[in-house]
Design a protein around this ligand. Sequence first.
Ligand code: HEM
Ligand code: HEM
Length: 185
Amino acid sequence: MTNEVKVWDLFVRVFHWSLVGAFVVAWFSEDVQRLHVLSGYTVAGLVLSRIVWGFIGSRHARFSDFVPTAGEFIDYMKAMLRGRPPHYTGHNPAGGAMIIALLASLLFTALSGIATYGSEGKGPLVGLMSSLGKDAGGAIEEVHEFFANLTVLLVGLHVAGVIAGSLLHRENLIRAMVTGRKRNH
Ligand code: HEM
Ligand code: HEM
């Protein structure tokens, strides 16, 4: 279509749908440890590479393009409550803030998972966890569970935001995350 521009580069799109896949597998595989650890490490690797891409990627993939200031975020939320949020070609300020929350929560989930794994005598954090004493394992597993649940909550809000944004602007944001193209205004 003539009135469309390329917004999401290939990296962002492959990253997004791989992340969804790896996260879903990790969430449902806690009883199959090999699969859980493999999918969990995949989430960690994807998030770390996305952070690097946030500095060197294409225009709308960069943190500098979408991390909002507090003022921008508040103004956008007010406009959204009035039902008239302005249209953004890249991420809107609410979406941008959510991305940071998602990436941080995913990273804490994976890190605390690796620490829990370490408390079971496996993985790279065995030394650290054994130096913290025998009660640390149970505590860190609680932390791991907390962040996994927090991430699921954020994902729910994220998907609700995507659907709301799609309806308000009559544009299919989910399709845009597949094709990489969005309306140019
Ligand atoms: C495990 C579940 C999910 C996670 C962790 C997640 C995470 C993310 C992240 C980190 C981004 C930022 C993309 C970037 O710039 O790199 C994003 C964007 C996006 N996600 Fe998801 N997502 C999840 C599920 C979904 C689902 C199920 C949908 C569709 C219903 C979806 C639709 C989108 C769309 C449309 C965007 C672009 C938002 C915009 O237009 O500003 N996501 N997601
Ligand atoms: C990032 C995505 C991940 C998600 C969504 C996730 C989710 C979960 C959940 C919901 C539990 C159950 C917690 C409980 O009921 O106590 C769990 C347990 C666990 N996770 Fe993860 N996890 C992730 C990543 C990882 C990683 C990267 C590792 C290690 C390399 C890991 C290692 C573990 C271990 C060792 C347990 C305890 C299982 C047991 O011994 O019963 N997780 N995870």
